[in-house]
Design a protein around this ligand. Structure first.
Ligand code: NDP
Ligand code: HSE
Length: 439
């Protein structure tokens, strides 16, 4: 059997994990595929730094043309990240008839259709398992394993870095900046870590997951996105007192009044399985009409888990090449021209429960001013906690609400923020009282 030849661009965290598996597991992969999977080229700007495992020097190059102009290369793996020049390189590989594997969710969330269309025209495949959930085979699960279902909910913890930070802040009261530094050192964070902490990376993943799950065209601007950078240790300890854990939750729901797509710090019951997802682990909680509730769990970032997902795509494509089944399935699991534009539910109309933290001057009458504004907007308070005495300085007042409408909450908070006694921008955290997975 002829070998399947691979050209890999980007020898960083994920590139190293991928190359390591391809170089160290050649026998196992050949046995499983029926043909040798040969890593023919590794291309990077830096081809001399030791990545911690032996790499034959003759496969290293800093010339991308050497890879793309090599007619033997069947599969091009893009692992440099970012939009440009990654987009140009991927399209160039496709135009040369090479299959593509990428972990680049930013690129797919913004230019996925262009790439999938170009690949469909050229008759090549695009694998992107590693773009969502690190080592968790969630793309394959949705596109293939759950194909018999109408999926109406896709929800989860989709960013390892943010979850790592929240976990360290919760269990060890570590400072935000220190936890972020550790996540970067461990290779979890994006080149620009604000993508992780401000929810942008999660939004890229929710674009991909909701497109696959709901079969609708979704863009980044359809998603309400809020990150974790404003959270204080105080919010984490208040949440714990109320029986909640704070997670950066991505929520996608296909309802009768459109798609609800949002990402924000969320208080979920501490005894829910999603609250037990710690460190760089991710979890995807899906509900399908036939299968019911499904949860997929595993490491959502890091060198070897993500390398595992990249190699899984390589093997899928290699098997299709060998069996003559290339293009047996469209990249998104259904023909691109059958994907319709999504109707998006207005985030202002969403109903839910809320946690508010106000920093206020410790004076008589403050609480009644705040509760008066909330009452005027039909926001009913379920509990109130005030801790400590401020003696001229600020104290936190924390409230949990009953069900309220987002639009009313936003208007009320704007009014409260303008009060002279309020010394800092109010903190708002949405509450999702998720039912147990067994119910
Ligand atoms: P790294 O920064 O660790 O690796 C990228 C590598 O590509 C670096 O060695 C970089 O060199 C090199 N590179 C960048 N531009 C070029 C270029 N034009 N030509 C040649 N080499 C280039 O990133 P990661 O491995 O962490 O991420 C790669 C992709 O995988 C991204 O899309 C990311 O979002 C995605 N991803 C990452 C995960 C993770 O856990 N890290 C998990 C899932 C997906 P230099 O250092 O000199 O810039
Ligand atoms: N920066 C990403 C994360 C990498 O932390 O989840 C995995 O996609």
């Amino acid at each position: 059997m002829r070998p399947i030849n691979i050209g890999l661009l980007g020898f960083g965290t994920v590139g190293s994990g991928t190359a390591r598996i391809l170089l160290e597991e050649t026998d196992m992969l050949q046995k499983r595929v029926g043909s040798p999977i040969r890593l023919k080229w590794i291309c990077d700007r830096d081809i001399s730094t030791d990545r911690g495992f032996p790499v034959p020097q003759q496969i290293m190059t800093d010339s991308l043309d050497t890879v793309l102009d090599d007619p033997e290369i069947d599969i091009f793996i893009e692992l440099i990240g970012g939009i440009e020049p990654a987009r140009t390189f991927v399209l160039k590989a496709v135009s040369k008839g090479k299959h593509v594997v990428t972990a680049n969710k930013a690129l797919l969330a913004q230019h996925g259709y262009e790439i999938f269309q170009a690949a469909a025209l050229k008759g090549v495949e695009v694998g992107f398992e590693a773009s969502v959930g690190g080592g968790i085979p969630v793309i394959k699960a949705v596109r293939e394993g759950l194909v018999a279902n109408r999926i109406h909910t896709v929800m989860g913890i989709m960013n390892g870095t943010a979850n790592y930070i929240l976990t360290r802040m919760t269990s060890e009261t570590m400072a935000f900046d220190q936890a972020l530094e550790e996540a970067q050192r461990l290779g979890y964070a994006e080149a620009d870590p604000t993508y992780d902490v401000e929810g942008v990376d999660t939004a890229h993943k929710l674009v991909i997951m909701s497109t696959l799950s709901f079969g609708k065209k979704i863009t980044l601007s359809d998603i309400y996105t809020e990150g974790i950078s404003r959270l204080k240790p105080l919010d984490i300890s208040f949440a714990r007192e109320f029986g909640y854990t704070i997670k950066l939750l991505a929520i996608g729901r296909d309802g009768k009044d459109g798609l609800e797509l949002r990402i924000h710090p969320t208080m979920i019951p501490s005894d829910h399985l999603l609250a037990q997802v710690r460190g760089a682990y991710n979890a995807f909680y899906l509900i399908g009409d036939s299968v019911g509730k499904i949860m997929l769990y595993g490491l959502g970032a890091g060198q070897m888990p993500t390398g595992s997902a990249v190699v899984a795509d390589v093997v899928d494509i290699a098997r299709d090449i060998i069996s003559g089944a290339v293009k047996r399935m469209s990249s998104l699991g259904l023909p691109l021209d059958s994907i319709s534009t999504a109707g998006i539910k207005d985030p202002a109309s969403i109903q839910g429960r809320y946690y508010f933290r106000f920093s206020v001057k410790d004076r008589p009458g403050v609480l009644s001013k705040i509760s008066g504004i909330l009452g005027k907007r039909d926001i009913s308070i379920a509990s109130v906690v005030q801790k400590g005495r401020g003696e001229g300085s600020s104290v936190p007042i924390v409230m949990l609400t009953h069900e309220a409408r987002e639009a009313d909450v936003q208007k009320a908070l704007k009014e409260i923020d303008a009060l002279e006694v309020v010394s800092d921008q109010p903190m708002i955290i949405r509450i999702e009282d998720l039912t147990s997975l067994q119910e």
